[in-house]
Every structure is written in structure tokens, then in C-alpha cells.
Ligand binder design. Sequence first.
Ligand code: HEC
Length: 162
Amino acid sequence: MKKGEKKIFMIIGVVIALIIIIKAWLGHFDVSDDKGIPYYTTSTHELAQKALSIYKKNNCKSCHTLWSIRDIMQTVPSPPLDGIGEIRSEKWLYEYLSAPDPKVILPSRLKKQFQMPSYAHLPESDRKVLAQYLASLKVEDWYLEETKKREYEKLTGKKYQP
Ligand code: HEC
């Protein structure tokens, strides 16, 4: 092969590789069948504002994800709070936040510094607002179905039949 030909083949190779990479990258952002954020809240705007200000003041986001947002520096493996109202009632959440030792209610496998701290010291009204708001955080039905399907197929290797 002549020197000039080699160069042309190399350029063609690079162009093809770039096309493949760009296509894959664009595919990553393909939102044509995106159903949107699977989480929603039944809370009023007023309650949400109050709760989120308490949430911020107490730095809950240093450990938890809420509305898919968490501190980027965060490495604590704590549960996300999106959709938490599907599995916990307002009463449970209030008792959990009020417990002098939350481990008694929800056992922890983590090191002490990563565990859920007690918020028993917060004013009762703050704990109430937080519990009420957290209980309002729900998950869209289609996402629950998809999650169930994914988990079922992963665990059993069988096709999921609803
Ligand atoms: C130091 C990290 C940390 C901070 C700060 C923190 N949490 Fe947690 N939280 C955890 C961990 C970890 C768990 C899981 C239980 C455990 O291992 O202690 C948890 C559990 C929970 C749960 C129960 C989740 C479930 O699966 O039922 C709720 C609700 C919760 N936290 C809310 C809050 C709120 C509200 C705040 C702020 C007022 C907060 N957390 C602050 C680490 C934290």
C-alpha cells in the first residue's frame, strides 16, 4: 500500500469510529420514549416549601437523595427518599424522626458516622411537617410495575407475567 493510501484509510477509520461514538452518545440521550420522572408528591406547595426548608437546614441531603438530588461528594449508602411514602406511613415517619435511637426502629448495618441521626431534638412541628411531606412522596404506577418486572426477571431469570 502506498503512503498516501494508508493515510486515507486511517482517516476513514477515524471518521467511522467517531460516527459510532457520537451515535452511541446521542442514543444515550434518546428521550423519545421517556415517561418522565417516576416520582410525584401529593403535598401542597406550602407544605413542600416548609418541609424542604427544614430538610435543607438539617442537611438531610448530605446523606439522602430527594427528587434525584444529593450532594455529589456524598458517599453514604443511605436509602433514597424519593417515593418513600409508598412504603412508610406518616405515623411511622414521625416516630422514626422522633426516636432517640432510630436504630431501634430501623436496624442499621452501617458505621456509626453514616447511620441515620436522631432528630428527636427538632421542634415537634418540624418533625410533623417532615413526616407529612415524606409520606406524600409517591411513585408512579408504571415505574413500580417496571421495577417489579426488572427485579423479578433478575432474580428468577424468567419472563415476568403481571
Ligand atoms: C449521616 C447521614 C444521614 C443524615 C444526615 C440523615 N439520614 Fe436519614 N438515613 C440515613 C441512613 C444511613 C438510613 C438507613 C438506616 C440506617 O442505616 O441508619 C436513613 C434512613 C432514613 C429514613 C428511613 C428510610 C426507609 O427506608 O424507611 C428516613 C425517612 C430518613 N432517613 C429521613 C431523613 C431526614 C428527613 C433527614 C434530615 C432531617 C435525614 N434522614 C438525615 C442517613 C442519614
